[in-house]
Design a protein around this ligand. Sequence first.
Ligand SMILES: [Zn+2]
Length: 468
Amino acid sequence: MIERFNNTKTENAMEELLQSHPQYDTRLRASWNSVQQAVLLHTLILSAVKLAFGIAIVLVEDLLNQRGKACGERPRCSHCGEPLESKGLVDRTMKTLIGTLTWKRRVWRCSHGCQIGQVAPLDTALGIQPNQRTSFELQQAACVLAVFVPFGIASMLLKSVCGVEVDPTTIWEWVQAAGKDAMRRLEQELALLMDACPSPDVLSDVVSRLPLLCGGDGVMVPFRPQTGSACGKNVWREVKVGIVARLGHRVTKAGRTVSVLTRRRLVAVLGTIDDVQPRLWFMAVKEGITTAEVVVWLSDGGRGFWRVYAEQFAFYACGILDFYHASQHLWKAAKGWLDGRTTQARQWFTSARHKLRHGAVDEVLDDMKDACHSSTLSAEVRKTLENVVAYLETHQDHIDYEGYKEMGLPIGSGMVESVCKWLIQQRFKCVGMRWSEDGFNHLLHLRLAWVNGSFDDVFVHPAPRSAP
Ligand SMILES: [Zn+2]
């Protein structure tokens, strides 16, 4: 009985809504009928969503028409200062996330013929531009999709989820505008860094006690050889990616404790190591490098990032050379030095790697230094050995793997590298993709804004953008 009663109440409310808004009747009634006739749960939900969008349009248009009619204070001409003259109520149409809206609002003009165009106070109050034909929340939704999937797929998803049609080129244009905005914001923040350090973000007690981890990697991206042309072979360029994250732990189903990166913050730039350095430092300061209890710099052997470490991070961070990378160098030494004696090479390598891992790197270095003195070595092999010795000695402060393990710190930079690769690979390196410099940079900055949790800022106060 109760169910039937509720149902009737809903039916009455719908009927009332339809009757009081005859202009929507046909469209809403069709949706309402399909809700009532739906048998399967998922069709019921889908038709209810469609009906909800329809009702939302009624509500919003109603409200906008009400506000549009209000005269308010008579505005004055910005040119001659005289009171403006009402031109009456004029239609405004906008494509939005719930569908296309049309409403009427009062428009004013100067009766003295000043060239100020028409003045629509409601437009200003709504924060919309004179030529704008799509609202920002729709642009934002499309841009979120484009951060993860190609523009064509973003357009399809938007259509299938919200029923709004936007062509891929328009989404591309929104991404360009929003990405450019995100890039400009970052550049302004970096310029401020020249004068004063940014203030660190506020973190919870639990997060602020976790070790802070920094590092970076380079990832190659295919570009068009010339701007404005699709001809010619791809040009591969390196994007430098840096990461700042907190190192947490979780227990797997099998009961093993593994490290996980939380609060991942990424920086990236199509440029040199000198371009990525201030960005990485900026992020590290914001993430609390100056106050964190433990700071770790984790990197493979690439010289550029170690230079960044030495110049800016070494004061705060403990540098850890990726263990697997260091082991590879030992294998290189073993192969050269004991070439032709495969078993012996393997045995020495296994033992040397074990010593490296457990704090006896001096013995390994002695082995190699002794070998260098042997008269039977070729000059080439001697050079290889000397390089490996020099490499390990350069990094002698970064290879205390036994100590790092005791502190619960990772000794491999795989986590760092996979996050860096993910940022670029997942979106920029699909089959057949190649980029223009601007197209890449704008989408990259939007993707960074999303990953770093500042995506909404780009859309809350968007810079004025041109149509569509
Ligand atoms: Zn005037």
